[in-house]
Design a protein around this ligand. Structure first.
Ligand code: KG4
Ligand code: ZN
Length: 433
């Protein structure tokens, strides 16, 4: 294009020097037409071209057309390529966080608002569904409003509304689903149903700058380990839209075990972060807690055994003995926390390794609340580095490990592109892996 322009400019200069050069005159004629805004209006020119230079009508017309085309091309190439970003409003209310976010093109986080209910559930040592639902009703409108304001968007800039509708607590999910359906109807925007666990998986993608490209070029297939308060799942991941379940927990989830053991050790709620903090001063080899592998090839998990083992350790096998925790010193508590954490991480990493071998994975994705745990992240990284050939590990950024709406909006973008829309009959569902 620059070369063409140079030629064009040259002919313009030549015309100034040799005004009799008929071709150059046609060039000027074309340029004048362009200046008058007629540059694509070929229909105007024949007669005026004839008037201008009867002898060279055809050549003049051609020059005029050529310049018009050139300038039209220029106007196309020099205009900034403005492809409109796809803005998705994500809504998340599956458990004890009311969250909304606006994400552009699946990865540019324009806003992320999370109203945590931790304080409300703290004294019960776990999430109380009725309390969670009521708190979602109170918070949903302010949280969505804040997410829109922080993103600097209004309804006209939103392309679709994505909402987590499964799995989770139905009386919590229903709040987000109802809000999303209402906005979809009122704003006349598409509605997108999101599986909360697949959204956790998507949050691992937010770690990468150019993930789609990398995945296609070197990262697939991938194994995804999703470890949260309600679920522990391994997926065979080929695309954001179709993760295939390889295994899941048959009883307690990993996060649930962290919460329950923290309760036994009288540590603060939520249990995961407090166990991790306490474990930092403990010896992970102090107590050999059981590692349930469920058979040679199993990709399922079981964490109720280890939770019971900690309970027996603290209260005696028959549960009739006194609760020893009150009389334990800080080091003893730290040793239990570290040994428990080591056992859980050991199982999670070994199962992920099994799944990696089974599907020949090149990449491992890690997401969910428990993915915030540093020991898990580091141990999985070591496993990836020592594998032959080494595996790539993508871990969700810490702020997107626990429940949030960025992951919902991000996955919503992929469903939007695939035109996978829900309708207003969408219902919340407790299950669905
Ligand atoms: O994904 P999430 O926010 O909610 C569910 O979908 O369940 O996960 C919450 C779980 C809780 O059980 C919490 O104790 C655990 O994630 N968690 C952790 C850590 N941070 C949160 N577990 C271990 N280490 C952590 N640092
Ligand atoms: Zn979650």
């Amino acid at each position: 294009m620059i070369a063409l322009l140079k030629c064009f400019y040259k002919s313009y200069q030549i015309n100034k020097i040799h005004p009799k050069n008929s071709f150059s005159r046609k060039v000027i004629f074309g340029l004048n037409k362009f200046k008058k805004g007629n540059f694509l209006n070929f229909g105007v020119s024949p007669r005026s071209v004839q008037r201008h230079n009867k002898k060279h009508t055809f050549r003049g017309y051609t020059a005029y057309a050529a310049i018009s085309l050139l300038l039209a091309l220029l106007s196309l190439t020099s205009a900034p390529m403005q492809t409109k970003a796809i803005n998705i409003l994500g809504i998340e209310t599956s458990c004890d966080e009311t969250a909304a976010a606006v994400v552009a093109d699946g990865r540019i986080v324009k806003s992320s608002i999370v109203a945590s209910q931790t304080k409300l559930h703290e004294k019960y040592g776990g999430v109380v569904p009725e309390i969670a639902s009521r708190a979602h009703i109170e918070k949903i409108y302010p949280v969505i409003t804040e997410a829109m304001e922080q993103a600097g968007v209004n309804k006209d800039n939103i392309d679709a509304i994505a909402v987590a509708n499964q799995p989770g607590l139905t009386i919590a999910l229903v709040v987000g689903v109802t809000a999303a359906k209402t906005l979809s109807l009122a704003w006349d925007k598409p509605l997108i149903a999101i599986n909360h666990l697949h959204a956790h998986l998507q949050s691992a993608m937010l770690a990468e700058e150019d993930l789609q490209h990398r995945q296609v070029s070197c990262g697939l297939p991938a194994v995804a380990l999703i470890v949260s308060g309600g679920h522990t799942c391994l997926y065979d991941y080929h695309s954001p839209l179709e993760p295939k379940l390889l295994g899941s927990t048959i009883d307690d989830a990993a996060g649930e075990a962290f919460d329950k053991v923290a309760n036994i050790l009288k540590l603060s709620y939520p249990g995961g972060p407090s166990i991790e903090k306490t474990a930092k001063n403990g010896n992970p080899n102090a107590i050999k807690f059981p590692r349930s592998m469920l058979g040679r090839d199993s990709l399922d998990f079981s964490f109720s055994g280890i939770k019971t083992a900690v309970l027996y350790y603290c209260r005696g096998q028959d549960m009739k003995g006194e609760d020893k925790v009150d009389s334990m010193n800080e080091q003893e508590i730290a040793d239990i926390a570290a040994s428990f954490q080591a056992a859980v991480v050991d199982v999670l990493v070994k199962k992920t390794q099994r799944a990696t071998k089974k599907i020949g994975a090149k990449t491992i994705l890690l997401g969910g609340g428990v993915a915030a745990n540093s020991t898990l992240r580091e141990t999985l990284q070591k496993m990836c580095d020592s594998a032959v050939p080494p595996k790539k590990l993508l871990v969700a950024p810490k702020q997107y490990c626990t429940d949030n709406a960025v992951m919902v909006a991000s996955l919503g973008y992929h469903k939007f592109k695939a035109k996978l829309f829900a309708d207003l009959t969408l219902e919340p569902k407790a299950t669905g892996l």
